[in-house]
Design a protein. Structure first.
Length: 70
């Protein structure tokens, strides 16, 4: 997000996700303390090589959260 931008000004996008994927998205968001939309933006940027993905310790923490909730 650029300074002065508001998430409410972004285009709305709705998708259906398998339950396991939605749980992963939620766990990652809690691990990195970001809302789901920012996790998705970062993931797309990382997929294109324009951002870093999760650090190993963040990946482990997200997996641990998933294990606790199942």
């Amino acid at each position: 997000m650029e300074p002065g931008e508001k998430a409410s000004e972004y285009r709305r996008f709705t998708m259906r996700l398998p339950e396991a994927t939605a749980a992963r998205l939620s766990a990652i968001g809690r691990t990195v303390n970001k809302p789901a939309w920012k996790v998705i933006v970062t993931a797309v940027d990382a997929y294109l090589g324009e951002a870093e993905g999760l650090k190993p310790e963040e990946r482990r923490a997200a997996r641990a959260l998933l294990r606790l909730e199942s």
